[in-house]
Design a protein around this ligand. Structure first.
Ligand code: MG
Length: 379
């Protein structure tokens, strides 16, 4: 079985609230239309693709078609005033000995090969096939703000595309509709209006039509934060880095356990959330934070992230210390932080460097840490 494809892409997208044709909107690094072009280009049964466009977008769409349809013959033709006129002009552009045609909305980028094959399989027994999904919401018929009817939901289906037809049948239906002045919002309706049967196969809820800007999948918002901290090295204190005690003759001085790594991590996270710094959240004048394990404070910061539905994507930590050597301690620090932050260890990177004997770090007077954190919005 070979089938011609007509893609309706002439809509001006007035419902999108902008002049731009919705099929040209960006989606996943390509345009909305590119996704369905790539789908049909990959299907063996497809012989030819005709894209119907308007004059304003003809050049842009011709370019897309040339780039995205590489295995099939392709044509771009100008449409008419209504979708129905455009589809008719698309049908007329196919070779007149075409046996089967598949009509698809260019604004349905999530069409899949499986869905197309399901519709084509039904054509072994039917001359007109539409893909559709069962309606999940209760549908009301409303006039002047008043409900006049509630149709039985168990019989309601929402039509999608592709719709597949015997070519002579759909051409006849369009010509009949033209002469009778019948207008419909999908092609199956013309077959129905002529009194011929239309078969429905199970569609896909993901196969949505991009009609309003909200329909476009939103890229998740991400937020970056930077943290910096320094603590003085003194004798008689423990050295805690990232919640891990490291054996060394000196430790870091501070009101809490002076865990300089965890402090910089918390500052990076608070910075990404736009929530100031750890000094504001855990003031060192407050006796309850005296000698406290900083990793417990990190729990509080992580809980704020949870409330804001923000998730840590990754952390990059640079520890500047002349001594001690930290190479073997990176793994335990990473492991501790990963557990506290509910992320895999791969989300955390730790770098350790000396400062070649320069500055306060080089003179072994203190340890400095820098952290960059990326948070993503889960909403
Ligand atoms: Mg600090």
């Amino acid at each position: 079985m070979t089938v011609g494809v007509v893609i309706a892409a002439a809509g001006t997208g007035t419902r999108m609230g902008r002049k731009e044709n919705k099929v040209l909107l960006p989606l996943g690094g390509r345009s909305v239309l590119s996704h369905s072009l790539a789908c049909f280009d990959s299907i063996d049964e497809v012989s030819q693709v005709v894209v119907v466009t308007n004059a304003q977008d003809q050049e842009a769409i011709t370019e897309l078609v040339a780039r995205d349809v590489v295995h099939k013959q392709a044509k771009v033709v100008l449409g008419g005033a209504e979708r129905q006129d455009s589809v008719y002009l698309g049908l007329k552009a196919l070779p007149q000995d075409t046996k089967w045609v598949m009509i698809h909305d260019g604004a349905r980028p999530f069409v899949t090969k499986e869905l197309v094959m399901r519709a084509l399989a039904a054509c072994r027994e039917h001359l007109a096939v539409g893909v559709a999904v069962r309606v999940k919401d209760t549908i009301k018929q409303v006039r002047d703000g008043l409900v006049i009817d509630t149709p039985d939901r168990s019989q309601l289906w929402a039509m999608q595309t592709p719709q597949v037809f015997s070519f002579p049948l759909i051409l006849q239906a369009h010509e009949w509709a033209k002469s009778e002045g019948v207008l419909a919002t999908d092609d199956c309706a013309l077959i129905e209006a002529m009194g011929s049967p239309v078969h429905v196969v199970e569609g896909d809820y993901a196969n949505i039509k991009i009609t309003t800007p909200e329909d476009l999948p939103k890229p998740r918002e991400s937020r970056i934060g930077f943290g910096y901290d320094v603590h003085r090295l003194v004798t008689g204190r423990r050295l805690i880095l990232g919640g891990v005690e490291i054996p060394y003759e000196k430790g870091l001085l501070g009101h809490s356990d002076a865990d300089v790594v965890t402090h910089a991590v918390m500052d990076a996270l608070l910075g990404a959330m736009g929530l100031g710094d750890i000094g504001e959240h855990f003031p060192d004048t407050d006796p309850k934070y005296e000698g406290i394990s900083s990793i417990l404070l990190l729990d509080e910061v992580v809980s704020i992230m949870g409330q804001k539905q923000l998730e840590l994507q990754n952390l990059d930590i640079t520890i500047m210390a002349q001594k001690p050597k930290l190479a073997t301690w990176k793994r335990p620090i990473k492991n501790t932080l990963a557990q506290k932050l509910f992320v895999p260890e791969t989300a955390i990177n730790i770098k350790a460097t000396t400062t070649e004997g320069l500055g306060f770090v080089g003179r072994e007077e203190g340890i400095a840490v820098q952290v960059v954190a990326l948070l993503v919005d889960l909403r």
